[in-house]
Structures are given as structure tokens and as C-alpha cells.
Design a protein around this ligand. Structure first.
Ligand SMILES: [Cu+2]
Length: 153
């Protein structure tokens, strides 16, 4: 083998090993996991577990809302949400089956909702309008139909 080939092969394999070591360190030593509030839930019992036994829009303070939402193939419960402009909204999300995505187009809300984990995101909707909520993790045959809206009035 050519001397230069040997050098390149050694460098490439060396780089791969370094990357794998970094990922291994992050996973095991730093405990890398889903970026949630570290709340877990039994994915089989979502409908029976607080607060997901009563999904919906809840007023929690002065122009503050919590939207408790469950996700399953291929829908968001509740759907077609309405909130007033300027409201600070905390989405509390859990999935009843597979991993789903939660993206609100036109905002920077974008989260993965994994079975067994409660996902929370807070966002203030300053501008009135209709925003599209969609699932951006492929979740099955009806994935492309999985969407709803949030209307800010
Ligand atoms: Cu989905």
C-alpha cells in the first residue's frame, strides 16, 4: 500500500474513534437524554395520569395558559386551540403511542415527544394569527395528516 494511503486510512479511522468516544462520553458520563423537564410517565397509562386525564386549555394566571395535550397516531388532543394574543402558553405534551414531533410553524417551537417522557415548552404568542401545529417525526401511515391549528385572537 502507498504510504499516503496508510496515513489517510489511519487518520480517518482515528477520527471515527474520537467521534465515538465523544458520543459515548456524552451519553454515559453526562447522561444525555431527551430535553424535557425530566418528568416521566407510563406511556400505557397516559389517559389515567394527571394532568393528561383532562387535556385542554387551562388559564393558570394573568394571560398565562397551560395547554395539556396528548398525541397519538394521527392526532393532537385537543385540536383547533384558541388563545388570546400576548398570552404566555406552556405546552405540556405526552404521547400515547410512538414518538411524535411538535412543531408550530412560524415560531421556534419544535420538540420531540417520546413515549415515557413529558415534554414542556413555553412560548409567548405576541402576534394574532393562525398557526399550524404539525408532527415532524414520521409516525406511521397517516403521518402527513397529523396537524392542527392554534389561533391567536
Ligand atoms: Cu405524529
Amino acid at each position: 500500500m502507498h504510504r499516503l494511503e496508510e496515513i489517510w486510512i489511519t487518520l480517518s479511522v482515528g477520527l471515527l474513534l474520537v467521534f465515538m468516544l465523544i458520543i459515548g462520553y456524552q451519553t454515559f458520563a453526562l447522561g444525555m437524554g431527551p430535553p424535557s423537564h425530566k418528568e416521566t410517565i407510563d406511556p400505557q397509562e397516559v389517559d389515567e395520569t394527571e394532568p393528561f386525564d383532562d387535556p385542554g386549555v387551562k388559564e393558570t394566571g394573568d394571560n398565562e395558559y397551560e395547554i395539556v395535550m396528548t398525541m397519538q397516531a394521527f392526532q393532537f388532543t385537543p385540536g383547533d386551540i384558541e388563545i388570546p394574543a400576548g398570552a404566555e402558553v406552556t405546552f405540556t405534551l405526552a404521547t400515547k403511542d410512538v414518538t411524535h414531533g411538535f412543531q408550530v410553524a412560524g415560531t421556534n417551537i419544535n420538540a420531540m415527544v417520546m413515549p415515557g417522557h413529558v415534554q414542556k415548552i413555553t412560548h409567548t404568542f405576541d402576534e394574532p394569527g393562525e398557526f399550524l401545529i404539525l408532527c415532524n417525526e414520521y409516525c406511521g401511515i397517516g403521518h402527513q395528516m397529523m396537524s392542527t391549528t392554534i389561533t391567536v385572537t
